[in-house]
Design a protein around this ligand. Structure first.
Ligand SMILES: *Cc1c(COP(=O)(O)O)cnc(C)c1O
Length: 364
């Protein structure tokens, strides 16, 4: 029995009729970019996040990039973030000519260690960009307190955490903006690229809507240089179908995660820690082990895929050599990059398969 890390085809097969019908409707409508489906999806996601505005964009990366631009973050500004994330998070800071300032992580949750943030704040710091890694929100109250104290903005990278909650509040709803990705592997994934920004701020929402279409409010009249970062109708139609199932899929992920937790409890493998006030959506189920590489190859021999997220923390990437970080500067992120292993987890995964993965791990 071979077991993939995730199975996008299984999900498609459960919904193919509905999805094909939605796509066919778009094709027949003649409206292909930023039409009724995009507006409806924006409203649904805003409602789900309990905020006023949803702004569809071309990707999660663009959601982050446009957020920084709309907040006026640019040349020479420092943005505090985590080194333990997908590259986009820091890439967008560099793209606006800002400087990412990396702070080490809490090894139990893989999220920014908020106790270390305050001493990295300088007169150039403009924003904090927490990532809700693997589907669990960062410690937002502590970060919001720092934002208030030092007059900083907060942009939430919620690309892996759509539907997650922090003390009962939706991920993405606490920052100046919250950013989501609809990349196919995400918990709410399209069949191509897509993204969404959510915000409660009317001025910011207006600025973002202008930025995503060439800096224009009225077609062929331009107020600022903007971007082509539109969401298309086919993706939005697909996402509207899938959104109806997101809560149940996230629940299914939590159930499988709970089974892994229980079956691995007595083993030397460290299962992921979720804070009592968090409701994780387990974008990935990531365990820790000093024997990570050996476990990974044993699983592979048994036909089971697993993933290393992330093999090299961002402060040690070649692109950031000039920032001057050394190996040893952010020890928890560095250690985690050698110990973390994502096990197969997706809503359609059977209990038998979870047990099979654990059996191979415990025999290794
Ligand atoms: C996927 C992801 C992004 C980027 O989203 P895209 O839609 O691929 O551009 C940004 N940050 C994190 C944490 C992600 O997982």
């Amino acid at each position: 029995m071979s077991i993939p890390l995730l199975d996008l085809k299984a999900q498609y097969h459960t919904l193919s009729k509905e999805i094909l019908a939605a796509i066919t409707d778009v094709l027949a409508s003649g409206e292909y970019v930023m039409g009724g489906n995009v507006r409806a999806l924006e409203n649904s996601i805003a409602q789900m996040c309990e905020v006023k505005h949803g702004i569809g964009v071309a990707s999660g990366t663009d959601a982050l990039l446009l957020s920084l631009i709309a907040l006026g973050i640019g040349q020479g500004d420092e943005v505090i973030t985590t080194p333990y994330t997908f590259f986009s998070t820091a890439e967008v800071i560099s793209k606006v000519q800002g400087t990412p300032v990396f702070v080490d992580i809490d090894p139990r949750t893989f999220n920014l260690d908020v106790k270390l943030v305050e001493k990295k704040i300088t007169s150039r710091t403009k924003a904090i960009l927490p990532v809700h890694i693997f589907g669990q929100t960062a410690d937002l109250d502590e970060l919001l307190e720092l934002c208030a104290k030092y007059k900083l903005q907060m942009v939430e990278d919620a690309c892996q955490a759509i539907g997650a909650h922090y003390k009962g509040r939706p991920a993405g709803s606490l920052g100046s903006t919250g950013c989501f990705s609809f990349y196919p592997t995400k918990n709410l994934g399209g069949y191509g690229d897509g993204g969404m920004i959510v915000t409660n701020d009317d001025t910011l929402a207006d600025r973002l809507r202008v930025l995503r279409v060439h800096g224009s409010r009225q077609r062929y009249y331009h107020t600022v240089p903007g971007y082509n970062s539109r969401l298309d109708e086919i993706q939005a139609a697909v996402l509207r179908v899938k959104l109806k199932y997101l809560a149940q899929w996230n629940e299914a992920r939590r159930a499988r995660a709970a089974l892994y937790d229980q079956l691995l409890k007595e083993s030397a493998i460290e299962t992921p820690h979720v804070e009592a006030w968090n409701e994780s959506v387990y974008h990935l189920y990531v365990v820790r082990s000093k024997e990570r590489d050996r476990l990974k190859s044993r699983l592979a021999q048994a036909g089971i895929s697993s993933g290393v997220y992330y093999p090299l923390p961002l402060h040690l990437q070649e692109v950031y050599k000039a920032l001057g970080y050394q190996y040893g500067d952010l020890p928890e992120a560095e250690r985690t990059s050698c110990e973390a292993l994502a096990l197969p987890l997706y809503p359609e995964m059977t209990e038998t398969k979870v047990r099979q993965v654990v059996k191979v791990l415990l025999e290794s």
